[in-house]
Design a protein around this ligand. Structure first.
Ligand code: ZN
Length: 190
């Protein structure tokens, strides 16, 4: 509770306090001692101009620090936002590439089903099947090449020997077979 300094009608230290009837007393501000003046409680505030200025300066400095901190954080936030957008775009690209590869792998698996070993992990199975298929194609190519050479030789012999009978009986069909072999794998120009 606030302590009473001057009670109603009690003069302050200013000379003639209670005689101030037309203007307020310079000591207590009352007219004719009317009103109660309370003792000001000790407050925890700086009470000199210098102390207040010092306090204000401190707050200004604190504000500047916070403002700079806020600017830094905002910049960092903008950077992260941009980075996030870039990562999102990259993720979209990578997802598309992954999906394309997955589709390609499904197509490969479909065509190479005879070569697929289902006990293997998917990516290894595809690579293994492709390798086996390549080897099979190479073997067939080689077998066809040999067969073509034998057949061509037969045609050449028939032509050179001039056997009209042999030529009529076999050569036409053999030439058809050679042409069919040449068509495989785009060999028309061989
Ligand atoms: Zn007074």
């Amino acid at each position: 509770m606030a302590k009473v300094k001057y009670n109603e009608g009690q003069p302050c230290e200013h000379t003639g306090c209670l005689n101030h009837l037309t203007h307020p007393c310079e000591g207590c501000g009352r007219i004719g001692g009317k009103g109660i003046i309370y003792e000001l409680e000790q407050l925890d505030f700086p009470c000199t101009i210098e102390a207040l200025q010092h306090e204000v300066k401190g707050w200004e400095q604190r504000y500047d620090e916070l403002d700079a901190g806020h600017s830094k954080l905002f910049k960092a936030f903008c950077g992260l936002k941009q980075e996030n957008e870039q990562l999102q775009a990259q993720l979209t690209d990578i997802t598309k590439i992954r999906d394309d590869y997955a589709t390609a792998a499904r197509v490969i698996a479909l065509y190479l089903v005879d070569f697929c070993d289902n006990s293997m992990p998917y990516d290894k199975m595809i690579a293994d099947a492709a390798r086996k298929a390549c080897m099979a194609v190479e073997k067939r190519d080689e077998a066809l090449k040999q067969a073509r050479e034998i057949l061509q030789d037969m045609v050449d012999v028939a032509n050179v020997s001039g056997s009209a009978y042999l030529y009529k009986r076999d050569t036409g069909k053999v030439i058809e077979v050679i042409a069919a072999i040449d068509k495989i794998g785009g060999r028309e120009d061989v």
